[in-house]
Ligand binder design. Structure first.
Ligand SMILES: Nc1ncnc2c1ncn2[C@@H]1O[C@H](COP(=O)(O)OP(=O)(O)OP(=O)(O)O)[C@@H](O)[C@H]1O
Length: 256
């Protein structure tokens, strides 16, 4: 019966190994499953392989061994499959200016769904929905380069949301934001009803947004546990060059 078919995970990475052309092995058999609706932080020191893993999630890199599936669809070099994977995996890169290149905010947000063939009212609805989700509706007719960095990052998130992705992948979403913009973005991300994988060095951000954290080090998953458990394991953090800011409490008291 159709009702009994289990929902495939949003992301299923199985035994992914990757060697760069110069022979450097950046991933040594990574397994990572993210069920639909989960929010996972991907932590790890510089050079751990986080970016290399992210570049596998929409087929920019092809694993030397292993598989990556998104919502049950396994990535292959087939053009139709790759196009569908790129719709399903919304990656927000660290520099919003890599994702914004049209004269207005609304045009940038419309670009992806228009490429999917959406037009007219359907396209307009996608743009409205994505801009509303990141609180940027009133800036729709402005030039992206006239916005603040924090606003540009929110628009970059909207360009990806407009594709209605299966999973939203964020690379260092809190980097270069001032404290207010950092908090505003956290509130926006918390309210989004999407599966989320967030690469970050900002451990309090992981604690705020993700129930679960995974540590990658030297191309291997070395920990995968509830975020409060990871952030209170000082030997684990030290071993993998992760540091909490002074006076941060990873287990805040519940609200009365
Ligand atoms: N094009 C490349 N050719 C060869 N080796 C590379 C290439 N890109 C990255 N590497 C190496 O692969 C390893 C993983 O790099 P990666 O950028 O994925 O790490 P990261 O965890 O994202 O680091 P960071 O936190 O600094 O962004 C590193 O040892 C890096 O030097």
């Amino acid at each position: 019966m159709i009702g009994d078919v289990p929902t495939p995970p949003s992301l299923d990475v199985r035994g992914v190994r990757y060697a760069y052309p110069d022979g450097h092995v950046a991933l040594h058999g990574v397994d990572l499953t993210v069920p639909r609706g989960d929010r996972v932080a991907l932590l790890g020191p510089n050079g751990a392989g986080k970016t290399t893993l992210v570049l596998h999630l929409n087929g920019i890199l092809t694993p030397t061994a292993g598989t990556v599936s998104v919502g049950g669809l396994t990535i292959s070099r087939d053009r139709g499959t790759l196009a569908e994977i790129r719709r399903r995996v919304g990656i927000v890169f660290q520099d919003p200016d890599d994702q914004l290149f049209l004269p207005t905010v609304a045009e940038d947000v419309a670009f992806g769904p228009a490429n999917l063939g959406l037009r007219g009212a359907e396209l307009a609805a996608r743009v409205d929905e994505a801009l509303a989700a990141v609180g940027m509706s009133e800036h729709r007719d402005r030039a992206p380069h006239h916005l603040s960095f924090g606003q540009r990052r929110r628009v970059a998130v909207a360009t990806v949301l407009a594709m209605r992705p299966e999973i939203l992948v964020l690379d260092e979403p809190s980097s270069n934001l001032d404290p207010a913009a950092r908090r505003e973005l956290a509130e926006i991300l918390r309210a989004l009803p999407v599966t989320l994988l967030m690469v970050t060095h900002d451990l309090p951000y992981a604690a705020e947004l993700c129930d679960r954290s995974v540590i990658l080090d030297a191309g291997r998953v070395v920990a995968d546990a509830p975020t409060p458990e990871i952030l209170t394991d000082e030997p684990l953090l030290t071993k993998h060059r992760l540091e909490l800011p002074y006076a941060f409490n990873p287990r805040p008291a519940p609200h009365p």
